[in-house]
Design a protein around this ligand. Structure first.
Ligand code: PLP
Length: 394
């Protein structure tokens, strides 16, 4: 029988991606302990994850996960409105709302699904969604999924944003932004955004995915850092980064949450998070609130790495967060840099288009509170060799 290659077209497109240095593939971790992993039999140190406080392997989270999975199993068996709501979901939603000082919170199965559910249900065809150019892909997809008109303003350009607002003749305006930008590591100007949305009667939706547990004196995020938490209309977060677990959440007013329960399709038609995940997340919120040492340790390491990389002339972006992008621009150069660092024992994959704009390829270096000072020194040393090699070759 003649073989029909129905996906020849896909293979051809993949070849084109390879030619453009944009092809992606897995790097399989054979073992993982803290920031140490084994890849192809070699021990390497991770400087690329979002486990900013090292909670994903914290004994208290693991103990809660194991204890509750013994009683409740590892799957929830149905959507929340069928039989998927346990006392653990209720307890975690209450904990999140109390932690953030909001009336109520609602869990989603991931931060991505929270973003899709929120924007697609809140914004309709008579509305306008305005996004910062560097907003996370999930917010862009969410805006497309809603029937609203979408406008994008250049990163951080509030004048441009205000001009869009001034010209808008719509039912409702939704200003949507990451609070800590995931690829540049910088902060959204939340106080100015609050001022704008108040002036024009717009809504402000923020995604604190990378900031929860990290920013603010008690880890509530960038909104706490700037003292504007009460002014945020829709606060979205994830359990999958500094909280070390999995899942997403939305917090806000009672009406907002009731509306989402009844309209957000990624909530309605999705299986509930497993109870042990909620139990582990409850422990994570306790640690974030009570163990401020985790955060001070993280910030100490961030400063150590930032100063070190700057000192050796690495092309870092001026961020003040655990996300330190080293921007090479050229895709091939960035891939080669990632390979070099892997040989030196560090996993920091090359981030390329479409995750970042074309020609802005980078190594997105991320710091965790469980990196040791020695880990950071070793990485700076490896970057030093990389930078001097690049200087020699240029
Ligand atoms: N929002 C931002 C800003 C992100 O960076 C991410 C993930 O990288 C998400 C949302 C999605 O969150 P989750 O991984 O929980 O789906």
């Amino acid at each position: 029988m003649k073989t029909i290659h129905k996906f020849d077209w896909a293979a051809k497109e993949l070849e084109e991606l390879k030619l453009k240095n944009l092809y992606r593939k897995f790097r399989v971790l054979e073992e993982l302990k803290g920031t140490r992993a084994k890849v192809q039999g070699r021990e390497i140190t991770l400087f690329c994850g979002n486990d900013y406080l090292g909670l994903s392997q914290h004994p208290r989270l693991i103990e809660a996960f194991q204890r509750v999975s013994n009683e409740w199993g590892v799957g929830s068996g149905s959507a929340r409105l069928i039989s998927g709501t346990s006392k653990w979901h209720e307890a975690l939603e209450k904990r999140i709302a109390d932690f953030l000082g909001k009336e109520r919170a609602l869990l989603f199965s991931s931060g991505y699904l929270a973003n899709l559910g929120v924007l697609s249900s809140l914004a309709g065809s008579d509305d306008l969604i305005i996004l910062d150019k560097l907003s996370h892909a999930s917010l862009v997809d969410a805006a497309h999924l809603s029937k609203a008109t979408l406008r994008i303003y250049p990163h951080g350009n509030l004048e441009y944003l205000e001009n869009i607002i001034k010209k808008a003749k719509v039912r409702r305006i939704w200003i949507v932004t990451d609070s800590l930008f995931s690829m540049d590591g910088d902060l959204a100007p939340l106080p100015e955004l609050v001022e704008l949305k108040n002036r024009y009667g717009a809504y402000l939706v923020i995604d604190e995915a990378h900031a929860t547990g990290v920013f603010g004196s008690t880890g509530k995020g960038v909104s706490e850092h700037f003292g504007v938490s009460d002014a945020i209309d829709v606060h979205i977060g994830t359990l999958s980064k500094a909280l070390g677990v999995f899942g997403g959440f939305v917090a806000g007013s009672n009406e907002l949450i009731e509306y989402l329960i009844n309209h957000a399709r990624t909530f309605l038609f999705d299986t509930a998070l497993p109870a042990p995940v909620c139990a582990a997340a409850l422990q994570a919120f306790d640690l974030i609130e009570r163990e401020s040492v985790l955060r001070s340790q993280l910030w100490g390491r961030v400063e150590q790495l930032r100063k070190g990389l700057k000192g050796i002339g690495a092309p870092i972006l001026e961020s003040r967060s655990p996300i330190i992008p080293v921007v090479f621009g050229d895709e091939l150069k960035t891939l080669e840099a990632a390979e070099f660092l892997l040989k030196e024992g560090f996993l920091i994959p090359a981030v390329r288009y479409p995750t970042v704009p074309r020609g802005k390829a980078r190594l997105r270096v991320t710091v965790s509170s469980i990196h040791s000072e020695e880990d950071i020194d070793r990485l700076i040393f490896a970057f030093k060799s990389l930078v001097s090699l690049a200087d020699k070759n240029s």
